[in-house]
Design a protein around this ligand. Structure first.
Ligand SMILES: [Zn+2]
Length: 443
């Protein structure tokens, strides 16, 4: 092989990694390196977490049955109840929080899939109030919602996967031992364990600050506590605070937080005055949709908040346009390639009910046809925006009439029976046919 071949091949590999390895975050709109799937990140985190808690438990450091534990559980449950507004899929995470007894350590974390921990140094050393604890945990949950664990795992994997695979290959060659393979299978757990020790980027910190303060305010905790908390930690004195090694302060954190306080204060005032906004299900532990009289299931609760006509203060501008029914697709032939490349990915997102991700992916491609609009309609339906869904479904039918359809010589509708599914989705048999007539009349 000559050098040009080799160069071309390297270029191709680099292109594949770039194309498949980056994803736009549906909350923040930022492009992130995502070599690890959501599923793998969650499973790896669960495994790393149980390992870690097991070790603390052996040393008798997992606090149980104290009023402090009860309070942390109550606070985090209220935060999670607000987190499902950002990510409805997180309602089914196996959320868990443990208080780890180490009075010298001021640190907290939330891994992918909602596995949380807080060290008792927050009370013993930082003298944190409930409002401050809520702001810390809100910040940590913000990291998990914005897939920062997954992003850091991807970095860890991209560095360590080569080394691990090499180790496995050598062991297998030397001993012919098939037990070498669990090493590879556990790579995600190792990456998850490594990820919480890696520092977040300053961008990620800014995102977690913004999501965290909003979660806390919506849950009825004073957003001003975010400011006092960071001040307290910054002034902690001679001993370094562990928290800052993984959470580097973004520039002008204090000023930014002050500005955010003004933004989310109305949410806090409303939450404080209206404490009886309805029952919150228990989000900690195994997800259950079993109905118990007098309580709300996670599913019922999530559907209820999704239907509330409310705009999050922190939302990718693109998603906000989608949410308001303002997305108009105009791209033609120049987007065909991207469309061809993305379609099966859309189908996967649809089958996994990843509605935000689906909406963002379709908008990014921008290709004008019925399938694109249909999927925006499906995403809106999935998120509970019924009126907005109607807008996109209607545009899907209009696109079909204008010959911008995935039906054709090469059927590329990913096996969706679009017209039929719109009928079902709108719960009005004959709606598509009526609309067809109306469009025909107008033409
Ligand atoms: Zn952070």
């Amino acid at each position: 092989m000559d050098c040009c071949d080799r160069f071309a091949r390297r270029l191709l590999i680099a292109a594949i990694v770039l194309v498949s390895g980056c994803a736009t975050n549906s909350i923040t709109g930022r492009s992130q390196l995502m070599l690890v799937s959501e599923d793998a990140a969650v499973k790896g985190s669960i495994s790393a977490y149980s390992n870690m808690i097991g070790q603390f438990s052996k040393k008798d450091q997992v606090e149980t049955g104290t009023p402090r534990v009860a309070r942390v559980r109550e606070i985090t449950n209220r935060l999670v109840a607000e987190a499902v507004r950002f990510r409805p899929d997180s309602a089914n995470w196996h959320w868990e929080v443990q208080v780890i007894n180490d009075p010298k350590v001021v640190n907290a974390f939330c891994m992918a899939g909602g596995k949380m921990g807080i060290f008792t140094g927050f009370w013993e050393k930082a003298k944190a109030t409930d409002d401050e604890i809520a702001n810390v945990m809100g910040h940590e949950i913000g990291h998990a919602l914005a897939s920062h664990t997954r992003e850091k795992m991807s970095v860890a994997m991209s560095v360590s996967v080569g080394a691990t695979l090499l180790a496995v290959a050598l062991t297998a060659r030397n001993s012919n031992d098939s037990s070498a393979f669990p090493v590879a299978q556990n790579t995600t757990a190792l990456a998850a364990a490594l990820a919480i020790t890696l520092p977040n980027s300053r961008d990620a910190e800014t995102e977690a600050d913004q999501i965290g303060i909003e979660l806390a305010a919506r849950a009825g905790f004073d957003p001003r506590a975010a400011v006092t908390l960071w001040e307290k930690m910054a002034k902690a004195g001679d001993t370094p605070i562990e928290f800052f090694s993984t959470h580097p302060a973004p520039e002008n954190r204090a000023q930014r937080l002050q500005a955010l306080v003004l933004q989310v204060d109305p949410l806090y005032q409303r939450a404080k005055d209206n404490k009886t906004a309805g029952p919150i299900p228990d989000f900690l532990g195994q997800p259950s949709n079993e109905h118990v009289v007098g309580t709300t299931t996670r599913g019922e609760y999530t559907a209820r908040v999704a239907a509330e006509p409310e705009v999050m203060t922190f939302m990718a501008a693109e998603f906000d346009r989608f949410r308001k029914g303002e997305v108009v697709l105009t791209c033609g032939y120049e987007c065909v390639l991207g469309y061809g490349f993305q379609r099966s990915n859309w189908k996967t997102l649809h089958s996994k009910s990843q509605w935000r991700e689906l909406a963002i992916a379709v908008m990014k491609t921008g290709y004008l046809n019925d399938l694109s609009y249909f999927l925006l309609g499906e995403a809106a339906t999935g998120l509970g925006f019924r009126d907005v869904a109607k807008i996109y479904y209607t545009r899907a039918l209009e696109a079909r009439k204008a010959d911008k359809s995935c039906d054709g010589v090469f059927n590329t509708c990913e096996e969706f029976d679009i017209a039929q599914r719109i009928n079902v989705a709108l719960g009005a048999p004959g709606f598509a046919a009526e609309l067809d007539k109306k469009i025909n009349k107008n033409n």
